[in-house]
Design a protein around this ligand. Structure first.
Ligand SMILES: [Zn+2]
Length: 211
């Protein structure tokens, strides 16, 4: 009996150790601190069939199939990714972004009907990121292959993002494509008083005639 009690207490300790490990793993996710991670774990434990098991199945499936799209650099469970493989997408417009997260954000907005190209970062002298570290050659190859009319440079409005945009624009200037860039300016609902000087300066530079 003593042996059984020992075993039970050992099992409980093991379980709590495993649950603790799960909590720690979740708390390292962006946007989740230890407190939210504990709440998520508690929810998963209480709702095993409706929350824990489906999550486990989804994680396993994604982990097994995860791949980087050989054409655009998107992360998906198929390659070419579902965007590159979608015949309804306008193949003549190409939107160049720094990271997969930017692609997903633009895709969620459903405002861009074309396809994408993910550079995998931005040029940075400070972090030692050179052009050959980014997927720039494959972008040039895509454009050189023909079938592209417009390239939208959708880099971040940071110094490094804009340096990258200038570099990419130079690399593709000899091809017969229209190169455009996202406008930077006043956020919708933004008040001048709250804007930083960079945003304000961009908005002033990008001013247009009153319609
Ligand atoms: Zn793709």
């Amino acid at each position: 009996m003593v042996e059984f009690a020992k075993q039970l207490s050992y099992l409980l300790r093991m379980a709590s150790h495993e649950i603790e490990a799960l909590t720690q793993a979740l708390s390292r996710l962006p946007g989740l601190g230890p407190r939210s991670a504990r709440r998520a774990v508690l929810h998963l434990l209480k709702k095993r069939e409706t929350a824990l098991d489906p999550l486990l199945a989804a994680l396993e499936s994604v982990s097994r199939k995860l791949s980087t799209c050989g054409i655009c650099g998107n992360v998906d469970t198929v390659s070419p990714c579902s965007i590159c493989a979608d015949p309804r997408r306008e193949a003549r417009s190409l939107c160049v972004v720094e990271e997969v997260a930017d692609l997903w954000a633009l895709d969620r907005s459903r405002l861009f009907p074309g396809r994408f190209h993910v550079l995998g970062g931005r040029l940075s002298a400070l972090e030692g990121v050179r052009p050959e570290d980014l997927r720039i050659d494959s972008l040039v190859a895509r454009i050189a292959g023909g079938g592209v009319d417009e390239v939208v440079l959708a880099m971040n409005a940071t110094l490094e993002g804009q340096t990258t945009a200038h570099y990419v624009a130079e690399r593709i200037e000899s091809y017969p494509v229209r190169v455009t860039q996202l406008a930077h300016g006043l956020p919708v609902g933004g008040e001048l008083d709250y804007l930083d000087e960079g945003t304000l300066a961009q908005a002033l530079r990008a001013r247009r005639p009153v319609a």
